[in-house]
Design a protein around this ligand. Structure first.
Ligand code: ZN
Length: 308
């Protein structure tokens, strides 16, 4: 609270001085806009189901690319053919890079596919759309801010299992491919941290610490959440999550998964028709966005202090 107050007073003083001296006003620092992120979520849900290889996911890719290029960002496609239990499926990861003063990277990631169902219309408002939406808004907020590290945004395709979840054979196709490709290209060593968001749109958001995630990275994000008054959402409960970050963890990259899985399951929304617009809120996207924007400088500082 004290810190927030000081910042507000500082901004006020700057504004008064600037107008008094007729000096040009400094550009207003972009802040994360949960309503704007929610518009990206709604646009994806409006497309309908978006499983890997479908018309829906192609439309989603086009939407995400349009939003990012309209901001002046360059979107690279990382296409690959995944070997799945139902045969080969064409998948595409999307990548946007915000160069920093240093070439070493912090990855900001999430998946944009939804789980394949033949018998229900699965919209994946939180499970799929929320992560993709939050990353688009985060890119908008961060693109014009100075940073030490290079930020790389990755939208993973094919996180969902096509038949039955298996972290090595049927699921996390995009992240598995990304890590393999980076390994081959010798590009893994420059990735110093990986942040994954997944299912963070739940209107009754409850995020638990994950045992695969790096403790220091989790600590920074959770303490930032407490400082911003969101300690009731970022809970000090430990669970174990298999998700896109696991392949990065295995490759030795400090990673963190920010996910509401257990509470979403408990509410009956996980992989059901009720993962729709009624299950999600702009406020939840706002909270996670605010926490990440505030935590990133501390993550960069930690990495710098470690000599990384
Ligand atoms: Zn899912």
């Amino acid at each position: 609270m004290v810190r927030g107050l000081l910042v507000a007073v500082g901004v006020l003083a700057t504004t008064v001085c600037a107008s008094a001296s007729q000096a040009p006003q400094a550009p207003v620092k972009a802040t994360f806009d949960g309503a704007r992120a929610f518009e990206h979520l709604k646009a994806q849900v409006a497309i309908g189901p978006r499983p890997a290889g479908s018309t829906g996911i192609r439309q989603t890719r086009a939407y995400l690319t349009r939003q990012l290029t309209a901001m002046g960002l360059t979107v690279e496609e990382q296409p690959f053919v995944a070997t799945t239990p139902i045969g080969p499926v064409e998948m595409v990861n999307l990548v946007t890079v915000l160069p920093g003063r240093r070439p070493e990277r912090i990855l900001l990631t999430g998946h944009y596919d939804t789980k394949l169902y033949k018998d229900i219309v699965f919209l994946g408002a939180s499970d799929g759309a929320s992560s993709a939406a939050l990353l688009v808004e985060l890119a908008r907020v961060l693109k014009d801010q100075p940073r030490e590290f290079t930020y790389e945004f990755v939208w993973f395709d094919g996180e969902e299992a096509i038949v039955e979840w298996d972290i090595d054979t049927d699921s996390t196709y995009g992240s598995r491919y990304y890590v393999q490709a980076a390994q081959k290209a010798g590009a893994l060593a420059r990735i110093k941290a990986m942040i994954l968001v997944d299912m963070i749109g739940h209107r009754d958001l409850q995020i638990e610490r994950d045992s695969h995630s790096a403790v220091w990275l989790t600590d920074i994000i959770w303490s930032t959440a407490r400082r911003l008054g969101h300690g009731n959402i970022f809970r000090d409960v430990l669970t174990t999550i298999e998700d896109d970050h696991v392949h990065f963890v295995r490759a030795g990259i400090p990673s963190v998964d920010i996910i509401d899985l257990n509470h979403f399951i408990a509410r009956g929304h996980w992989h059901t028709v009720s993962d729709d617009l009624n299950a999600v809120s702009a406020q939840s996207l706002q909270i996670v966005g605010d926490v990440l924007v505030a935590a990133l400088p501390d993550i960069e500082q930690y990495l710098g202090a470690q000599g990384l």
